[in-house]
Design a binder for this molecule. Structure first.
Ligand code: CIR
Length: 255
């Protein structure tokens, strides 16, 4: 959770065509841009450098950069998104990754894996199989991770939940913020788990970034709980990204 840099991409007007499980309304670009600006400012306020990439009209979901790569201390891995409309985002991200990493690997397939399904803790890499991440994709990442000395554990994303990290986030070396439904699967045994409040499940997709926890605004009980636990919480409007099943973690690559 200590990072020197982050990569973000500004949303494009094509965001109105972004993928969504359920249509709860069309995202408003101006509102999303305003929230995105606040998000980037919060990252920068911690002293980190933020590499801001330009909008990509051809890829409506490209603002959700997290799904295109995994950034580790030893190197980066370009992902292979399971959503066909998002596959091409990887080639668009690759130059930015190659500019900052010497060792860049790629998931070649036939499997699929998206960054939103990967939670890196201090002791292991947890990868949740989901509608976007399959066994072959996990296995291909496991080989690369092993070469770099990381333990990787395959877990499962609850049915109907887009990504593993839709329901959890790392708060510090031993603490994970999670929904009760994900914790109930037993995947966090050995960690200290803080539950988001009932009815505030969407607050689980937060990020610890240096001294701050960035979380979606509008989940007061979870925000209070995190503050009481000693975290410095910054709330960012997530109304527009939420229409596309996106949240705080999706909007950046952190390393
Ligand atoms: C998608 O369905 O791929 C996008 N609309 C949302 C991606 C969210 N990304 C993430 O949770 N890492």
């Amino acid at each position: 959770y200590e990072f020197r840099r982050a990569i973000t991409r500004r949303p494009a007007a094509s965001i109105v065509d972004g993928l969504r499980a359920e249509d709860i309304g069309t995202p408003d670009l101006d509102k999303m841009l305003a929230a995105h600006t606040e998000y980037v400012a919060a990252l920068k306020s911690t002293g980190a450098e933020v590499i801001e990439l330009p909008p990509l009209e051809a890829y409506p979901d490209a603002v959700f950069v997290e799904d295109t790569a995994l950034c580790l201390p030893q190197g980066a891995v370009l992902m292979r998104p399971g959503a066909p409309s998002r596959l091409g985002e990887v080639a668009e991200m690759a130059p930015a990754i190659r500019a900052v990493y010497e060792d860049v690997r790629e998931i070649k397939g036939p499997g699929y894996i998206e960054g939103g399904d990967i939670l890196v803790t201090e002791r292991e890499i947890l990868v949740g199989r989901s509608a976007r991440t399959d066994a072959a994709g996990v296995a291909e990442l496991a080989e690369i991770a092993a070469e770099w000395g990381h333990k990787l554990r395959e877990v499962f994303t609850p049915e109907g939940v887009l990504h593993f990290k839709t329901d959890c986030s790392l708060m510090d070396g031993e603490t994970i913020l999670a929904t009760k439904r994900l914790d109930a699967s037993g995947c966090f045994e050995g960690y200290r788990v803080l539950h988001v409040a009932d009815g505030e499940e969407a607050a689980a997709n937060a990020i610890r970034f240096n001294n701050l926890v960035l979380m979606a605004a509008g989940f007061p009980r979870t925000a209070d709980m995190l503050s009481r636990e000693g975290f410095e919480v910054v709330e960012i409007s997530n109304t527009e990204c939420a229409k596309l099943d996106g949240g705080m973690s999706c909007l950046s690559l952190r390393f």
